[in-house]
Design a protein around this ligand. Structure first.
Ligand SMILES: Nc1ncnc2c1ncn2[C@@H]1O[C@H](COP(=O)(O)OP(=O)(O)OP(=O)(O)O)[C@@H](O)[C@H]1O
Length: 814
């Protein structure tokens, strides 16, 4: 952790109202550092957010650039790495700020002007290097090349664990004119589209990387500095966008990566041992900028107006968290020799997090391209990097759809051509050594790929980890996934679903973009789970038929309050009254037993047993229901849950942990309160006997206390059993008037089914839509809630997202 001096700076800029918008004063700047917004939930209340600087809608590009941005760019001349990224909702003015337009030059062109105009005074070695790429739907595309729609460039790590984009083109620039020509072509390649919220919305994150060598003022040594200018795609509330299918897909990728960015920030602030950089391409790319050694600045762009208030509040909260991130102090190493102009000696410790597409991928830096098991660059990389500026002969290219830079005269930009020949010589010698390295890399890559292919052909179910995966060329990935697909299909045809699933999963690992395959994998998983739950359930039924002793209704035998004791083994045990017919008979007849009201049903792969007490016994409990279900996520039920029926009929439901019991719905059991034992023994029914005492006690307790519980009459859902502490705090919800002495029963783990919670927390719209009762709109609500509020711990947390409790109950059945 660095000193506070290397904190991430946050600037906030409010966009002016557009002609189409109704102006109001819902977002204003107070002083120079504070933004005031009205609380979107209660507009009579104000919220204040403080940042390093705040700019209202009247602020010009110039006012923002000086002194904040200029100072940061200056640090690059000292050999530092600096990053500026614009964050905000779609249409908030990010591209305007970072790129600008013809009349309002943004940060990128201004920074280039600053660099070139300082080239002589700060002794910057020309040419400088520039790369520019976008992250579109989790694929990295080079914006300095013709647009391609392939799988994109891989992100790799070198032997010093520095992340870089492999195969990225790096252009050499001598003056601002070079930059202008190149950039005006490149920005046209960036993916943009018209959405309801922005006629020219960026659909990708764009990263511009500038590297330069400069003589330090302090010690007259040469250092390499790097500037990263990033225009993040805007988060989108799809309730407002009316996005079509394609835009929705883009939007999901955008929101997801911004969500991960939030998680990274949170993890950094909480000192977590694992920072989830790898969870998205953009965060991997930002590794040095957040938590690394870069000097970083976030510009948070805000769209004004009441209609954006909710987004604004979220954005400002997000930015507030980003402002707490403290980066490491950079340790700068000078370039050591003129022949190896870029070989800055950095220790392993202080060079771990490097910016991709730059130092790590530096063709002229043998140290950085050193080959290790997890570090290779393709031979193409070196060729690409060593190219000089390709002067695009597209004369019309200066007109751009957005952000075209006009032909301003920049008299103060000085070119020192004589310096170029020296650099050229250095570059040539470095190119030779790079070629050597590239050949070695290619050989190693071939060896690695053939090894992987052998593993695959020998039927090994190896799943390469993501590090290794990055090393494989896109073509090999596709080939491998295709071969695995074919194998999977064969296995599926032959009925070997489990092995088929393994193959499909492997194929998906290599080609995650195959959405149809992903769907098929999910279907197959479900099919297998259903099958296994059927077979799992046959066992207990057979066990019941053959060994009546293990039937779990025994758990009621010790009830102290006089509740009727039921057991299918009743005719074996003299202590059991009333005499009940053999459970075998009930099952055989598949109808309620007239005397015991013991019934059996088997629907949808689940089974349950009903038993009720005799009225003669005047017990409080008139009926009992057992429902044993096998979770699709956990084939073996792991705990027993007791659910009292609605209080009207004083019945109880016993249910194994696990969801997917279609009978639950039929019987409205979801409306019942749920308690769970702490016993985590596996599903053998006989194991449950050991729980009987505890359950009985609990059961007894709840019977005594039940009158004091408040029932939500709308849904029949009892808030007292709500596992979400948050919800219990909510004033809108009925309060628990009496608490169980045994707290574990107030925290039913059934609402914390890890697989279900994980699936929800992945915030993937496709997965969310699959949940019971969740349509596209609700899925978006859930996704947005998670994106904005972090992971949920209980399904009932979703009530806070605005879902009704009955919908949440439905989800529990998914
Ligand atoms: N400070 C500003 N002054 C004048 N116009 C602005 C300003 N900020 C943004 N705009 C205008 O608002 C519109 C939306 O801005 P912009 O495209 O930069 O948003 P964005 O945040 O990049 O959106 P997206 O994430 O969808 O790409 C554009 O027409 C832009 O010219």
């Amino acid at each position: 952790m660095g000193s506070l001096a290397n904190k991430v700076q946050v600037l906030c800029r409010i966009r002016p109202f557009l002609k189409s918008e109704n102006a109001d004063n819902s977002v204003t700047v107070e002083g120079t550092k504070t933004v005031k917004v009205y609380n979107h939930r209660d507009t009579s209340k104000e919220l204040h957010f403080t940042f390093d600087a705040c700019f209202d809608s009247s602020a010009s590009q110039k006012k923002i650039y000086f002194p904040y941005i200029k100072n940061l760019v200056d640090t690059v001349f000292d050999g530092q790495s600096a990053t500026i990224f614009c964050y905000g909702v779609t249409g908030a003015g990010k591209t305007f700020t970072i790129q600008g337009d013809d009349l309002n030059l943004g940060i990128i062109p201004r920074a280039m002007m600053q660099i070139f105009s300082n080239s002589s005074t700060r002794n910057i070695k020309l040419p400088i290097k520039l790369s520019y790429y976008e992250v579109f739907k989790e694929n990295v595309y080079d914006l300095l090349r013709e647009r391609d729609s392939g799988p994109g460039l891989p992100i790799r790590e070198d032997s010093n664990r520095r992340v870089f984009v492999a195969g990225l083109k790096e252009e050499l620039l001598n003056n601002f004119e070079d930059f202008k020509k190149l950039f005006n072509v490149a920005i046209k390649r960036r993916r943009t589209a018209s959405t309801r919220l922005n006629a020219n919305s960026s659909r990708s994150h764009a990263v511009l990387v500038i590297k330069l060598c400069c003589e330090s003022k302090s010690d007259s040594k040469m250092y390499e500095g790097q500037l990263n200018l990033i225009d993040l795609a805007g988060s989108e509330d799809n309730r407002k966008t009316d996005n079509n299918r394609e835009r929705m897909k883009e939007s999901t990728a955008i929101n997801q990566s911004l969500f991960v960015l939030g998680k990274v920030i949170e993890a950094l602030n909480s000192g977590a041992s694992r920072i989830p950089y790898r969870d998205s391409k953009m965060t991997r790319i930002l590794q040095d900028s957040l938590g690394g050694e870069s000097k970083s600045m976030m510009i948070v762009n805000v769209a004004p107006g009441e209609s954006f208030l909710q987004d604004t509040q979220k954005t400002l909260n997000y930015a507030t968290k980003a402002r707490e991130v403290v980066n490491k102090e950079p340790v700068l190493d000078p370039i050591t020799s003129s022949a190896d102009s870029n070989s800055r000696k950095r220790s392993l410790n202080n060079s771990r997090n490097n910016f991709p597409g730059s130092r790590g991928s530096d063709a002229n830096n043998p140290k950085r391209t050193k080959i290790s098991n997890d570090s290779v660059t393709s031979s193409n990389d070196s060729k690409m990097r060593s190219r000089n500026i390709s002067h695009h002969n597209n004369k019309n290219s200066l007109s751009s759809e957005r952000g075209h830079i006009v032909d301003h005269s920049f008299n103060n930009i000085k070119n020192d051509r004589s310096k170029n020949s020296l650099i050229k010589n250095q570059t040539n010698s470095a190119e030779k050594s790079t070629e050597k390295i590239s050949n070695e890399i290619t050989k190693r890559l071939d060896r690695l790929e053939s090894k992987l292919n052998n593993q695959f052909n020998s039927g090994s179910s190896v799943i390469v980890d993501s590090d290794v995966l990055d090393l494989i060329s896109p073509t090999t990935k596709l080939k491998t996934s295709k071969a695995l697909l074919i194998k999977g299909k064969e296995l599926e045809k032959s009925g070997n679903l489990l092995d088929a699933l393994k193959k499909f999963e492997q194929a998906l690992h290599y080609a995650p973009e195959l959405t149809s395959l992903s769907k098929h994998v999910n279907k197959l998983r479900l099919k297998i789970q259903n099958k296994s739950s059927e077979t799992n359930l046959e066992k207990p039924i057979n066990a019941l038929k053959n060994d009546k002793e293990i039937f779990p209704i025994h758990i009621l035998q010790n009830s102290l309050d006089g509740a009727e004791l039921f057991s299918p083994t009743i005719n074996k045990s003299k202590s059991h009254k009333p005499e009940l017919p053999s459970f075998d008979q009930s099952i055989a007849q598949n109808k309620p037993n007239p005397q015991s009201n013991l019934s059996y049903s088997n629907g949808g792969g689940n089974w349950k047993v009903l038993a009720s007490a005799s009225k003669k016994k005047k017990t409080e409990i008139k009926s009992m229901m057992f429902s044993l279900s096998s979770s699709p996520f956990k084939p073996k039920p792991s705990s027993l849950i007791v659910q009292p029926d609605s209080l009207k009929n004083n019945s109880l439901l016993f249910n194994y942990e696990g969801i997917g019991n279609s009978n639950l719905n039929n019987n409205n059991l979801v409306k019942r309160r749920t308690f769970q034992t702490s016993n985590q023994s596996n599903g053998d029914l006989s194991n449950k006997l050991s729980e009987s005492k505890k359950l009985t006690q609990n059961f007894e307790f709840n019977l005594k206390k039940r009158n004091s519980y408040t029932i939500d009459s709308d849904s029949g859902y009892d808030s007292s059993t709500n596992p979400s502490k948050k919800l219990q705090k909510s004033s809108k919800l009925p309060k628990l008037q009496s608490h169980s002495s045994d707290d574990e029963y107030n925290e039913p783990k059934s609402h914390n089914n890890p697989a279900l919670i994980n699936s929800i927390n992945s915030a993937d719209l496709k997965d969310l839509v699959k949940l019971k009762g969740v349509g596209k709109k609700r899925a978006m609500v859930i996704r947005d809630f998670i994106v904005n509020n972090g992971y949920i711990e209980s399904v009932y947390d979703l009530v806070n997202a605005g879902l009704s409790k009955s919908v949440v109950n439905n989800i529990l059945e998914s």
